[in-house]
Design a binder for this molecule. Sequence first.
Ligand SMILES: *Cc1c(COP(=O)(O)O)cnc(C)c1O
Length: 380
Amino acid sequence: MEKNIFVTRPLLPPLKEFIPYLENIWESQHLTNGGPYHQQLEKDLADYLGVEHLCLFSNGTLALLTAFQVLGITGEVITTPYSFVATAHSLLWNGLTPVFVDTDPDTFNLDADKLEQAITPATTAILPVHCYGIPCNTRKIEELADAYGLKVIYDAAHAFGVKQDGVSVLRQGDLSILSFHATKVFNTIEGGAIICHDAKMKQRIDYLKNFGFVNETTVVAAGINGKMNELQAAYGLLQLQHIDKALDDRGRLCRHYNRLLADIPGISPISVPDGVTWNYAYYPIIVSEDFALTRDELYELLKGNRIMARRYFYPLISSFFMYKFADSAKKENLPVAHQLADKVICLPLYPGLEEEVQHKIAGLIQLASVSPPFPAASSL
Ligand SMILES: *Cc1c(COP(=O)(O)O)cnc(C)c1O
């Protein structure tokens, strides 16, 4: 195999199916500012996802930034270190103070049992992440939020289409944020959304993402430009026609990996909790002490064979310099998150991944487990 195999590849609909959309856009000359495709995609996505209201954005990070603005969040926000940096960056960009809580070893999510001890009088909100698309302990999180009067904003960037007991996880909390970046399960090249539960909130978010304009002469807030353009919205509508097949493919590929890796000591895949309809967003495996190589040795071995697996999420957000000086960022406060950051690797997973590539990957892991290619440190 000559070419590099990346951890993800964008879901690209057939080019010829996109042409008629482009012709319509050129015809109408309506390129952005809440055009017909934008309106249609908001409606169709809300229907598809089973949510009341959805506000499209030009990317997920702007959606996150706007979520804190619209709720008027101040002070401290409790979040997880085991995520993509944009999660915590959205707090710093709003002048908020992130407070990190350790990770649940089974779900990779913010550990709801360690949440209460992180609440202070300055806490106003919780920002959990449905990591890899596995739902957080939303019941416990929201019980505490209710008791302490906190807002809950879910970073649901990985959770497109995920359900718990048949209900979209995006219905939980005050707001949820999606990312439609090219690397995500559903993409609009760049893009994102805020999910909210009432029309009034949607109206306020729509003002904020358009500079605060209500009409030609009235500006009600210091808004931003977060609008999705018509080309992206059209691309999203087309993509929506292919998403079910893509999710089926992802499921089949995950089950195939599960079978291939089942008997390798020290390698364990993620376990999906009962009642969860997962979207197979990632294929993380835990490389434990029982495996012949460390996670980083396995990463290098795969890379040497042109398999570009990724260490999601390493380093932890709390290890980056703009976060690491906080008390909550100390390693003692985040033992499980540090373990996961040292032991997890995500294998390539995308619709169209060939089963023979999966065989090659599993073969390399299997072979390493019986005859490690690196001498153990003690034998050097
Ligand atoms: C991708 C991602 C984001 C950022 O979304 P963009 O659309 O790339 O701005 C935020 N949080 C998480 C957890 C992500 O994976």
